[in-house]
Design a binder for this molecule. Structure first.
Ligand SMILES: [Zn+2]
Ligand SMILES: [Zn+2]
Length: 168
């Protein structure tokens, strides 16, 4: 787990601290499929800014996920740039003014990064934005073998129907 201890900064109001971190990302489950971060460890930048009323945290990183395309099940690679902010009030009397990732002086950067990536996932993960998907009739990959089926003759079931109709 990657974390950051605030005590190492000793920031006065108005001060800013920048820290380069390596963050481990877990595999993500999405739409019943599994997406693996490659590499598992990404470089992130954490900026801690002290204000009079509290502390602002900004985390920036780019996650790269590998997994199946939603349409054709081919390999999809997804780049997800993250820039996430959290705030901790100096005197938080309100849940809204408190980041869930801070425990005492310890900021849990791993959990924060995981949640930020999960939130940034698109509705559908595709190999290319215009992926043609799989053929509804024969299941072939339409990106590799673009084709259309003639509504009648190509499918043997249709041929059988035609034959039946001829007999009637
Ligand atoms: Zn695809
Ligand atoms: Zn087909």
């Amino acid at each position: 787990m990657t974390s950051f201890n605030l005590r190492q900064t000793k920031l006065a109001p108005g001060d800013e601290h920048r820290e380069a971190l390596e963050v481990d990302l877990p595999p993500f489950e999405f739409g019943g499929q599994r997406y693996i971060p490659v590499p598992e460890q990404v470089s992130a930048e954490l900026v801690v800014t002290r204000a009079l009323t509290g502390t602002l945290f900004t985390l920036s990183l780019t996650a790269r996920l590998h997994g199946p395309c939603h349409r054709c099940l081919g390999d999809a690679v997804l780049e997800i740039p993250i820039r996430s902010r959290e705030y901790q009030a100096a005197l938080p009397d309100d849940e809204e003014l408190r980041t869930p990732y801070l425990e005492g002086d310890e900021l849990n950067v791993s959990d924060w990064a995981r949640d930020a990536v999960a939130l940034a996932l698109p509705d559908k993960i595709l190999c290319t934005p215009d992926c043609a998907g799989l053929c509804q009739v024969c299941g072939e990959n339409l990106n590799e073998h673009p084709h259309v089926h003639e509504a009648t003759s190509a499918d043997p079931r249709w041929a059988a129907l035609e034959a039946l109709r001829d007999e009637l």
